[in-house]
Write a protein that binds this ligand. Structure first.
Ligand code: ATP
Ligand code: MG
Length: 644
């Protein structure tokens, strides 16, 4: 980092505006959030900003509003009616551009379709769609009539889809005949058919025509959207919903265990997202914003649909895979649409890093003004690669920490409030209204530089309103570890400037020979080895050391899996972290098991390394990664046996 001067350094520091805002937001939270809430349109003002019966919150109690009205209708009453809402790019290269006024027409008609099929306020609608404009359109149409949606990522299997549909008891499933992924058609309809055989609550299915493949339509159950649209009304009155009315139910990524059905309300959720989006992304009227996440994750819900559209932003939506037809597809899209704000994940950045900087170099990325990262700890190497090769040392990077449960961004740089110095690998400071603290095992704040558990000490408007159908799990998972504080489950440390550094999940702390260290820190060290692209570190029970360190590594193409490399990596770990961090085993693998949102599933590797059963794999991206890990595990064991 020494060779790099960040353009935001000290010039603006200390950040007076942020500091004042932050202090006021915690001292007078109700006054502060009431002001923020003025940015939305309410059908009826709230009676009370917050009703707090720990751990149950009701934000803007008594207020009534509608998310679809806030994201669409209100823009059509201004010049924005002719502004682009969505630039959509299909994987084969086909495109659609929707203005706010066409979005309005579509959302109304789809809402009418749903109503005519008997969907009413409170009914659940399952959405299993590719990344096509119909996905946000259906979400907004559901919001319009007060029917909570549950979006299921289109890469999920029939079983995973059925589990989620059954958990929420959805009345309708919306799907498509197919979607494009790496040049192939993903047959969503046949997947849906298999799922629906297991889903007694779904009586109706709407099918969007996206591809040319033949599908079976079940008489009386399945309807083509284009047929239904012919009879749709042009206007559906948006329901005036109570502020706490559930906007959606969304399942967590399942990195740490069985996914939880997180419920978000309407008023608090929108206020939080509207506010934080402006603070973090510094949106301008002329910005072109692209978040590459899938709409099936919370990032897609908050940072593709609800926050940007509530602001009247122009967004890019891309259907397909980043490497189709070649690994520069994303850079091509940025150039084509003149994207100014780009938001992606560390896992994607690391993948691009492994492919070399010649790919982004082929494109004119000069439109970019701001970059973002979300989903995992971003290691400084990846941060710097992103900063140099994509942002061309011009764009600040906002590393945004949040969770499905928090609903919106919680810790992040806020160039939208005022410019600030950044540190590669740090999510920097909590946003206004976020009482983030790092505490020890007893709930007492730790000292500067000491690792601890990240908690939130005051309710915030975007917070989950519950875990679907399981109030006990809500209390137990989030509010019982430290009474009165929200438990995030993540480890973090604060530096002398008060900056937060996330260190991974608290259940991913290894205890090696008396040392406690997070997997994230060890993986960071591993990735700084020039031959390693990705790495996952897990602990394995060890009689003497308590736990021994097991490393799974993916190495650069063309590098050999030699004994010399193994030794070299061991030396590297000793040098960068310490002698205790010398791995007991190193496994070379072609792929790491990840959730479909791109997070490494260490619990799976841990099981592999200890020769145990691997557990729930429903949210796994690629089954073959587990096989690759097992193969490499068995290979090493065999080699060791032969040596003996
Ligand atoms: P589950 O809760 O089912 O185990 P999950 O926690 O992976 O799944 P998400 O809600 O999608 O599901 O992810 C939130 C988690 O992602 C955070 O708790 C944190 O561990 C990680 N995370 C997100 N953004 C960042 C970031 N900017 N820096 C570090 N970690 C991050
Ligand atoms: Mg989680």
């Amino acid at each position: 980092m020494d060779d790099l001067t960040l353009p935001f350094e000290s010039k603006y520091f200390p950040r007076k505006k942020y500091a004042e805002m932050y202090r006021r937001s915690l001292e007078k939270p109700e006054e502060f959030w009431a002001e923020q809430a003025q940015n939305l349109d309410w059908f009826k003002p709230w009676d009370k900003v917050l009703e707090w019966n720990p751990p149950w919150a009701n934000w803007f109690a008594g207020g009534r509003l509608n998310a679809s009205y806030n994201c669409v209708d209100r823009h059509t009453k201004t010049w924005r009616r002719s502004k682009v809402a969505i630039y959509w790019e299909g994987e084969p290269g086909d495109t659609r551009v929707l203005s706010y006024s066409t979005l309005y027409t579509e959302v109304n008609k789809v809402a009418s379709v749903l109503k005519k099929l008997g969907v009413s306020k409170g009914d659940k609608v399952a959405l299993y769609l590719p990344m096509i404009p119909e996905l946000p359109i259906f979400m907004l149409a559901c919001a319009r009539i007060g029917a909570p949606h549950t979006v299921i990522f289109s890469g999920f299997s029939a079983q995973a889809l059925a589990d989620r549909i059954n958990d929420v008891g959805a009345k309708i499933l919306v799907t498509a005949n197919g979607g494009y992924r790496r040049g192939k058609v993903l047959n969503l309809k046949s997947m849906s058919d298999d799922a629906l055989d297991m889903c007694p609550t779904v009586k109706t299915s709407i099918v969007v025509s996206r591809t040319d493949n033949e599908v079976k339509m079940k008489e009386g159950r399945d309807f083509w959207l284009h047929d239904l649209m012919k009879k749709a009304d042009a206007y559906v009155e948006p329901e005036a919903l109570e502020s706490n009315h559930p906007l959606y139910i969304l399942y967590t990524s399942g990195t740490t265990g069985k996914p939880k059905g997180i419920v978000h309300g309407t008023g608090g959720y929108l206020v939080h997202n509207y506010s934080t989006y402006g603070w973090v992304f510094d949106l301008k009227e002329e910005s072109v914003y692209w978040c590459s996440a899938d709409v099936g994750w919370v990032t897609g819900h908050s940072s593709i649909v609800y926050a940007p559209l509530a602001h009247g932003a122009a967004i890019v939506l891309y259907e397909g895979s980043p490497d189709y037809p070649a690994i520069d597809r994303w850079w091509e899209i940025i150039e084509k649409y003149g994207v100014t704000i780009f938001y992606t994940s560390p896992t994607a950045i690391r993948m691009f890093m492994g492919q070399g900087e010649e790919w982004p170099k082929k494109h004119d990325l000069s439109s970019l003004e701001l970059l973002g990262s979300v989903g995992e700890v971003i290691n400084p190497e990846a941060w710097l690669w992103y900063y140099r090769n994509i942002g061309q040392e011009r764009c600040p990077i906002v590393d945004t920490w949040w969770q499905t449960e928090t609903g919106g961004i919680m810790i992040s740089p806020t160039p939208g409030i005022e410019p600030m110095p950044l540190k590669p690998g740090s999510a920097t400071l909590p946003l206004p209204g976020v009482a983030a603290e790092i505490v020890d095992e007893d709930g007492n704040p730790v000292k500067t530089g000491e690792r601890g558990l990240l908690v939130i000490k005051q309710p915030w408007p975007g917070m989950l309103v519950g875990v679907y159908g399981d109030p006990e799990r809500y209390e137990k998972s989030y509010w019982s570890r430290f009474p009165g504080m929200y438990f995030t489950g993540d480890y973090a440390v604060k530096d002398q400037d008060g900056y937060f550094w996330l260190l991974g999940r608290s259940d991913e702390i290894l205890k090696i020979a008396g040392h406690r260290i997070g997997t994230a820190e060890l993986e960071d060290a591993a990735i700084s080895h020039p031959d390693i692209i990705e790495s996952a570190v897990v602990g394995k029970p060890d009689r003497i050391k308590g736990e021994s360190l097991v490393m799974f590594v993916k190495i650069r193409e063309g590098v050999n899996e030699s004994a010399e490399l193994r030794k070299n990596i061991t030396d590297h770990m000793r040098k960068t972290v310490g002698a205790f961090a010398v791995p007991g085993d190193i496994y070379f693998t072609s792929a790491l098991p990840k959730t479909r949102s791109g997070k490494i599933m260490r619990r799976v590797l841990k099981a592999v390394a200890s020769g145990e059963e691997v557990g729930d794999l429903s949210t796994l991206e690629d089954q073959s990664a587990v096989e690759a890990a097992i193969k490499s595990y068995q290979g090493l064991k065999k080699a060791e046996a032969e040596k003996k």
